[in-house]
Design a protein around this ligand. Structure first.
Ligand code: GLC
Ligand code: GLC
Length: 626
């Protein structure tokens, strides 16, 4: 389809605006070849721009007028597996009322592209990026789902697995068949010399079921780089053909109506001898190039970085230095998630306070994805420095958290599973659903009313932080009704080895249906709490994600206190992680809010003239000036 004058003008203006960002990135990535690669990308982008539907071009215009769309307090995220939530992609469209009723405006549908058969790492081993897993539907169903969601003002997010492909992917097949062009898409070595050099500094991601980072392939007659499982072949992003393939692909998927790409395992995409081959500077050039491409062809689309890395490395994914504001629009706040579980286990918030206060600030245009649980395990990303800040040893504290959440620690309320114990480092990551880890499973088994109350209160508290921190809160499917660990996962041979499936349950629609008649059911109480938090959150302008949550030095180690300095008035958030009532000296509040405050979650007014106010066990409180 030829472009009309207006279309040509948009393309030209965007190209003028963003091609310098592409060029700068290509110059770092592919010195000497930047011109050639830029020309290839320009042709791809023009074709994608022409193919974009009028509805999506309208969305592009809308987003250009509202660049902070992801930052609005009304952005409430939800994460689900198509089959486990609703059978298939079309089934999700049928459940859209459930989502809108909950207040959802953003939906991450877990991997749905065609994976390899058999074990496929939950869909993260993609065999064909241009077709849908057959039992979930077709590309037409995807387009239809995106349309229905868009009509309901829900933005669709999908996974973009770019560190690796399934070894059955066409590129890998052709590499095995000896085509040099495709061998260059991967990292293949004839013997162990080079792999052994790399291994000296590479960590292991799945030490249990996929030790080492290279796998011998007989047909390819080579050691192939496989960071994750042996069937996931790492791509060679130092080859510009790989970048061109992915730019073409993401434009094509964007034109189906996808609005956010989750950049899976992005930290691993660039390899360098003598390093961990994570967080290399080129990773940010790659993201910058891809993002600038999308700004030209489909500016409605955003990137979310999945970089589960140390806080000092994380901020680069939202843009630091020359990449400031030019890379991912969003990133998971892994640190916050880990600290929440730490607070709940210890009843103390002092380590969280130190760790969050030490984090560098993010660019105002970038947005956190906040979460309590996701489909992955929890790794105890607690640095020795965070631990030292409160006088404990990092190693011992990480071990304590693993003991606590696997239920081994005496008196622990949690029921979780150890994932990937690594004897070399002492690391033991944890699987388990939010409710089971927060104590609901054990309390229900023991018919322990107080235990049930406490578990519900902990779940509510952690979600309050998730909704109140700023960013897109990602509610993980089933957590809104407190689903417990699903130990049936082990019956499926493709899942049996990977206990992350314990916290990837099927949605319990029977339970959802009966909630209206069961006012005292724990699921109902959890659900009401979460709905209420959402309701308050969307009406609180202070929660716009451009505003940072600053840590306030807390007079009591059991309280985490945050402040958000918004032009419409400061919001002070107080979270009591202990099971005791804490007397808070009013100074913290009066200094910021004056002598009369309103607490938004409980909808109470407070006279702050008395010297203290009481914060109830596990209470979240959001104060503004009255
Ligand atoms: C990401 C996914 C995880 C997967 C890994 C490899 O970390 O979240 O589930 O195992 O990437 O693709
Ligand atoms: C890697 C990924 C992390 C994921 C994990 C899967 O560590 O970086 O995102 O949680 O693999 O277990």
């Amino acid at each position: 389809m030829p472009l009309d004058a207006a279309g040509r003008q948009s393309f030209e203006l965007r190209w003028e605006r963003y091609s310098p960002q592409i060029r700068a990135a290509l110059t770092h990535l592919y010195p000497g070849r930047e011109r050639e690669v830029e020309e290839r990308l320009c042709a791809l982008l023009l074709a994608a721009f022409k193919a974009r539907s009028p509805e999506l071009r309208r969305l592009d215009e809308e987003r250009l007028l509202r660049p902070d769309w992801l930052q609005l307090p009304e952005m409430i995220g939800y994460v689900c597996y198509a089959d486990r939530f609703a059978g298939n992609l079309a089934g999700i469209a049928d459940r859209v009322d459930y989502l809108t009723d909950l207040g959802v405006r953003y939906l991450h549908v877990m991997p749905f592209l065609r994976p390899r058969e058999g074990a496929n790492d939950g869909g993260y081993a993609v065999q064909d990026y241009r077709s849908v897993r057959p039992d979930l539907g077709t590309m037409d169903d995807l387009e239809e789902l995106a349309t229905v969601l868009r009509e309901n003002r829900i933005s669709l997010e999908m996974d973009l697995v770019l560190n690796h492909v399934a070894k059955e992917h066409e590129w890998a097949q052709r590499a095995r068949d000896g085509e040099q062009k495709y061998r260059d898409y991967f990292l293949m070595f004839p013997d162990r010399t080079v792999p052994d050099e790399y291994e000296k500094t590479l960590p292991e991601i799945f030490p249990d079921f996929a030790p080492g980072n290279f796998t011998w392939d007989d047909e390819a007659a080579a050691w192939v780089w496989t960071t994750f499982n042996d069937y996931q072949w790492d791509l060679n992003w130092a080859n510009p053909d790989v970048l061109c393939e992915f730019v073409d692909l993401i434009c094509w998927l964007a034109n189906k109506g996808v609005e956010v790409f989750r950049l899976d395992a992005i930290a691993f995409t660039w390899k360098r001898l003598g390093t961990t081959s994570q967080n290399q500077p080129e990773v940010h050039d790659l993201t910058q190039a891809m993002r600038a491409c999308l700004r030209i062809a489909a500016p409605a689309v955003a990137f979310k970085a999945e970089a589960i890395v140390a806080p000092e490395d994380l901020m680069a994914y939202l843009g630091r230095g020359e990449h400031y504001g030019l890379v991912s629009d969003m990133a998971y706040h892994n640190e916050l998630m880990v600290q929440l579980w730490n607070c709940v286990a210890t009843g103390e918030a002092d380590m969280a306070q130190a760790a969050l206060a030490a984090m560098p600030s993010k660019p105002p245009s970038a947005t956190w994805a906040t979460y309590v649980r996701c489909h992955d395990d929890i790794g105890w990303a607690i640095s020795d420095a965070d631990a030292a800040a409160v006088g404990v040893s990092g190693f011992d504290h990480r071990a304590f958290l693993s003991d606590f959440y696997s239920g081994e620690f005496p008196g622990s309320f949690a029921r979780g599973l150890v994932f990937q114990a690594n004897p070399a480092t002492g690391d033991r990551r944890i699987s388990g659903s939010c409710a089971s880890l927060a104590g609901l499973e054990i309390a229900l088994e023991r018919n322990d009313g107080e235990g049930i109350d406490a578990a519900i209160a902990r779940i509510n508290l952690m979600h309050a932080v998730m909704f109140g921190y700023g960013g897109v809160p990602l509610l993980y499917m089933g957590d809104e009704i407190g689903l417990l660990n699903d130990m049936d996962y082990a019956r499926d041979p493709a899942h049996a080895e990977d206990n992350r499936w314990a916290h990837r349950p099927f949605m319990d629609w029977d339970l959802v249906d009966k909630l209206p008649d069961e006012p005292l059911h724990p699921a109902r109480r959890i659900n009401e709490g979460i709905r209420h938090l959402i309701d308050v959150r969307v009406r609180t302008p202070q929660l716009h994600a451009s505003i940072p949550s600053d840590v306030v030095e807390s007079p009591d180690s059991r309280l985490l206190i945050l402040e958000r300095l918004h032009p419409l008035g400061t919001l002070v958030e107080v979270y009591n992680f202990s099971n005791q009532t804490v007397r808070l000296h009013h100074g913290v509040l009066t200094y910021r809010l004056g002598y009369s405050a309103r607490e938004l979650i409980g909808n109470n007014s407070y006279d702050l003239r008395p010297a203290t106010i009481d914060i109830a066990p596990y209470q979240p409180a959001w104060f503004v000036r009255r």
